[in-house]
Design a protein around this ligand. Sequence first.
Ligand SMILES: [Mg+2]
Length: 96
Amino acid sequence: MAKDGDPLESIYRATLATWGEEAQYDQMIEECAELIASLKHLKRGKVEDQAIIDELADVTLMVGQLTWMFGQERVAEAIAAKTKKLHRLLLAEGES
Ligand SMILES: [Mg+2]
């Protein structure tokens, strides 16, 4: 679960208790879609950087929420494995 002293843990817990598990998945999907749309708008000059920053904040909060729900240690292990894979890919690129 969340690491000791995570200041957002009480918010994650309250959010889950208030709106439930399915709503968290739906909110994550919605926030990711909003970030995607904002990035498309940024490329076309329709929004300023702040729109991206705001959407990144929303997605970051939802990543925290779902990470807490699925287990911080499990996600940390997956991040470590993927980081290791990325490092190997970068090394291979450097050799070509
Ligand atoms: Mg949003």
